[in-house]
Write a protein that binds this ligand. Sequence first.
Ligand code: FES
Length: 129
Amino acid sequence: MTACDRPGAGRESPAHGERCLGPVEEIPDGGSRGYPPPPGGFTGLFAVRRGEAVFVYVNSCPHVGLPLEIQPHRFLDRAGELIVCAAHGARFRPEDGYCVSGPCTGDALEAVTTRIEAGMIWVPEKAGI
Ligand code: FES
């Protein structure tokens, strides 16, 4: 049983075509967390939390499409201010995914529409595929 399957977690009434990533509380405030691809997919997602706000992106750098994290769930710089791509050092704003420095400056991460219900994070079922 995953956190999304717990009674009262919201799994009972998901909007059509969504999947649950898990509880917001699973992401440390000011931190990040990675999520595997959906069944049959190959590109995962990741999230950055700022208080009650959760920003979810496809885990694919706009430079050459590599996953960003340097270690599992570690997507942020040491200060926790910017998302960093481990491959070539591109840096992105957590709030909108805009690349502020590196080989893809001016590009942006692919943002994922996110819905929070009863403390659980829901995204479109096919996001990240
Ligand atoms: S793949 Fe991310 S900066 Fe090159």
